[in-house]
Write a protein that binds this ligand. Structure first.
Ligand code: FES
Length: 165
């Protein structure tokens, strides 16, 4: 009787333990999957088609703290986060202006006047399937321009690889 009872309790404990292990594993796996999914979707963001930008313009995306700069046939993505204390800078006639403490930056983010001492950084940028994509994961020091040689083809919405062939 004692032996049967011990076996019963042992089997019960095993089933409960395996159930708890499975639940924990599922929770950890789903948490990791969600984190990976969020991570990948946050890093690259599409910011409209190439042909939606007028010639020689600065189009701010305050939600991403970033602006698209189109200059001739090249396009870049500059950070709008002030290098002094991180306020959102405004687009002005001469470049960028920080409303918090008055730092001024030139059209390519160079410091015109402080208190900021570092230029505005840039983001990696790509064209894919007719859209301009910006990599928000890491800021880079110098502009990375996306050169598009044949603008009308890109406006048809094909990928960069298809365009070149
Ligand atoms: S945060 Fe921009 S000047 Fe201070």
């Amino acid at each position: 009787m004692d032996r049967e009872r011990r076996e019963f309790l042992w089997k019960g404990a095993m089933v409960t333990g395996l159930g708890a292990l499975g639940a924990a594993g599922t929770w950890i796996f789903s948490d990791l999957w969600m984190a990976a999914h969020k991570f990948s979707s946050v890093r690259w963001v599409p910011v409209a088609s190439w042909n939606e930008y007028p010639q020689d313009c600065v189009v701010p995306f305050p939600e991403y703290k970033m602006a698209i700069i189109k200059s001739g046939k090249r396009i870049g993505a500059i950070s709008l986060e002030c290098t002094h204390l991180g306020c959102l800078v405004n687009v002005g006639d001469r470049g960028f202006f920080c409303p918090c403490h008055g730092s001024e930056f030139g059209p390519w983010g160079e410091v015109y006047s402080g208190p900021a001492t570092e230029p505005l950084p840039w983001y990696e940028i790509r064209e894919r399937e007719g859209k301009v994509w910006v990599h928000l994961g890491e800021k880079i020091k110098s502009p990375q321009w996306l050169e598009v040689k044949n603008e009308p083809q890109i406006s048809r919405g094909k990928g960069a690889h298809e365009e070149k062939e």
